[in-house]
Design a protein around this ligand. Structure first.
Ligand SMILES: [Zn+2]
Length: 114
């Protein structure tokens, strides 16, 4: 089900990358430098702010993706790499520890240690 707003007068339309609506070009700002239509509609652009990097949720999402898909060995900065490795080790240790405690608890439930 696709909502199409384009009419004969407004034949050129573009899909907003933010809300996914297909809108006529009148609903988009035009980049003065590239003369290209904005990838966000005016409504979304207002919500996001002039600069895409100002958007709080957007940048948080980007950072999340960046870090979750980060390949540690490809990090060039040795300090950052070390920090990431330590972080991963900590997480792994915690989950192993958690599992170990869980197993002990399960055993304690089942076994009588007298
Ligand atoms: Zn939009």
């Amino acid at each position: 089900m696709k909502m199409k707003i384009s009419t004969q007068n407004l034949s050129i339309s573009s899909v907003c990358k933010q809300c996914g609506r297909e809108l006529s070009q009148e609903f988009f700002y035009v980049n003065r430098q590239t003369q290209c239509l904005d990838i966000y509609c005016k409504g979304c652009r207002k919500k996001i702010g002039r600069c895409p990097y100002n958007s709080g949720s957007w940048i948080r999402k980007e950072q999340r993706n960046k870090y979750s898909y980060l390949v540690i060995t490809q990090v060039e900065d040795p300090l950052v790499r070390m920090e990431l490795i330590l972080h991963v080790l900590k997480v792994v240790r915690q989950s192993v520890e958690h599992k170990r405690i869980k197993i002990l608890e399960d055993e304690a439930d089942r076994t009588d240690y007298v």
